[in-house]
Structures are given as structure tokens and as C-alpha cells.
Design a protein around this ligand. Structure first.
Ligand code: GLV
Ligand code: GLV
Length: 315
């Protein structure tokens, strides 16, 4: 039976699927493996089921050995995988698109509401047992109706967020590599999106082109009343520049689910009431995490059976 190395806990349903194709070995560590541990753990495996915190490069493929056929990343994003290095070694890379679209769009919209209606601030006030009473000027936020949402990267998740925004009476503009003629929203340049949006929500993948896409200049281009929402990958935003922009009043607030150096967060952001922070929970529902792991497992089974991957990543 070929060895299938799983770098961290996955739901039982997915372990069962993998069991059809080989001997499943799950890392016993309840933490990300170090690069050395990872190379040792994958030795001799035909398939690796990886998490977004694992850096999977040529050295990991070499450590696995020539029998390695497939890396199935349990995430839609695959910036942690050096796809070209694996392709050179004949290794297929799969991700988990589709199954996490709604969960991630729900979280992005939840963050948008949380930051614009100051939910975290209100909750912290109560938990601190601060005195309060209803009054007309208390903890006022910003309404959504008639406001403009700027979607950066109109992929599946960006579209799902746009759909939710429409239901809340928002206008939608979007930027990206190309206009999507089937989408009912205005295609604009990234600069125009920054200038026009009341909410900017990031849904582009992390690539060399999108690293620090939201930098000091981009933040300065936003309206002082605008909010930034990030549920894609931390390095798309320059976190230090974001803290500077908030301190200077260049934008009204930010809601972040992802960070440049997870699990660390820029300390100045932790101090601010106009920032909502969640620990990379975009796809974190029971249903979605199960579907992601099962899809990754099915990719492994399919490749090891010689049938090719179900959801191979773009190269
Ligand atoms: C989660 O961040 C994913 O890419 O699936
Ligand atoms: C860019 O992310 C696009 O989808 O065009």
C-alpha cells in the first residue's frame, strides 16, 4: 500500500476516503511541522495532504522521494506550494475550490458588518463591565444601504460576496485581471476601486503581483470613511502600513481574518478599537472543513488510481 502523509488532523470522513488508496499516516503533532520535521515525515510517501501553513517546495518533494505523485493542499489558496518545482518533478498539485466559497463569503460579510457596526467594540465594552445606557449618539457605525463595495479579484468568493452585498442594497464595483462580462457590476481599475469604495474586500489570490497590493499608497487612495476587509491572504496587505493609515485617520477601520506572519499580528492593530480581528476562520464551518478534506482526499485517490486529479491547481 502506498504511504499517504497527512501533515495535520483531518476529519474522519476524509481519512476513510484516503484509506481506499493507501496507508494513511497523520502527523501526531498538534502544530505545524518545522521544515525538517516535514521533510522527515513525508519520506517515502506517494501522496501528501498538506495544510496552508506547510511550505511545500522542491526540497519536500525530494525528501518524499521519486514515488511522490500528488500534493493535495486542503485550501483553495496554494501560495504555500511551489507548484513549478513540483511540476518539474512530475508531482500533481490539487487544491479545494468551490466547497468553501459560501463559508468564506459569509465570513467576509460578517467581518464587514462587525467593523462597520462596531460589534467587537460593543462586546468588549460589556465584557469590561463598563457603565452604559442607550442614547442616540452611542457607538454609531456606518450603514450599508446605497454604499459601494469594491471587490478586488472577482473569482468564486468575490462573486459570492458581491451577491450578499446586493442583498444588503449595496452597489458593487470590482477590479482584477479582466472584466467578467457575465457579472452585473462595474469593472474598474484598482485605483478607481480604492477611490470609489466605501468598503474594500480582498479576494485575489496571493501571488508575487498581489503581495502588498494594499500598501501605504493604496490606503491613502481610500476614502477616510472607508473600511478594508481581508479574508484572502495576509501578505496582500502591508500590515505596518495599515496600522500607520489607521493611526493617521486615512481610513475608518479594518477587519482582518488573515495576517502577514500567522499566527502573529502587528501589535499596533491589536490595540485599536477600529479593527476587527479573527484567526483565519474563513472556511471554518463543520460542513465546509469536512468537504475540503474529503475533496483533497478524493484528489489523492484519483491520482493514485491513475485517473488524474479532480481539481488541479492552475500553473
Ligand atoms: C483558506 O484560507 C483557503 O485557502 O482555503
Ligand atoms: C483577478 O484576481 C481576477 O480574477 O481577474
Amino acid at each position: 500500500m502506498p504511504k499517504i502523509a497527512v501533515t495535520r488532523w483531518i476529519p474522519d470522513e476524509a481519512v476513510q476516503v484516503l484509506g481506499e488508496a493507501g496507508e494513511v499516516e497523520i502527523s501526531p503533532q498538534d502544530r505545524p511541522l518545522t521544515p525538517e520535521e516535514l521533510r522527515k515525515f513525508v519520506a517515502g510517501s506517494a501522496a501528501v495532504v498538506s495544510m496552508l501553513h506547510d511550505r511545500i517546495d522542491g526540497s519536500v518533494a525530494d525528501a518524499a522521494g521519486p514515488g511522490l505523485k500528488v500534493v493535495a493542499n486542503v485550501a483553495v489558496g496554494y501560495d504555500n506550494v511551489e507548484v513549478s518545482a513540483l511540476a518539474e518533478r512530475g508531482v500533481v498539485v490539487a487544491n479545494t475550490p468551490g466547497v468553501l466559497t459560501d463559508a468564506t463569503a459569509d465570513l467576509a460579510f460578517g467581518l464587514l458588518l462587525a467593523v462597520s457596526r462596531r460589534l467587537g467594540e460593543g462586546e468588549r465594552l460589556l465584557r469590561a463591565r463598563q457603565p452604559w445606557s442607550f442614547h442616540l449618539g452611542f457607538l454609531l457605525g456606518s450603514g450599508l444601504q446605497g454604499k459601494t463595495l469594491g471587490v478586488v479579484g472577482l473569482g468564486q468568493i468575490g462573486r459570492a460576496v458581491a451577491k450578499r452585498a446586493a442583498a444588503f442594497g449595496m452597489r458593487v464595483v470590482y477590479s482584477g485581471r479582466s472584466a467578467k462580462p457575465d457579472f452585473d457590476g462595474e469593472f474598474v481599475s484598482f485605483d478607481e476601486l480604492l477611490r470609489r469604495s466605501d468598503f474594500v474586500s480582498l479576494h485575489c489570490p496571493l501571488t508575487p503581483e498581489t503581495r502588498h497590493l494594499v500598501d501605504a499608497d493604496a490606503l491613502r487612495a481610500m476614502k477616510p470613511s472607508a473600511y478594508l476587509v481581508n479574508t484572502t491572504r495576509g501578505p496582500v496587505v502591508d500590515e505596518a502600513a495599515l496600522a500607520d493609515a489607521l493611526e493617521a485617520g486615512e481610513i475608518a477601520g479594518a477587519a482582518l481574518d488573515v495576517f502577514e506572519k500567522e499566527p502573529d499580528v502587528e501589535p499596533r492593530l491589536l490595540e485599536r478599537d477600529d479593527v476587527v480581528l479573527t484567526p483565519h476562520l474563513g472556511s471554518a464551518t463543520v460542513e465546509t472543513r469536512t468537504a475540503m478534506a474529503v475533496l483533497a482526499a478524493r484528489n489523492v485517490v484519483s491520482v493514485l488510481a491513475g485517473a488524474g486529479p479532480l481539481t488541479e491547481v492552475g500553473r
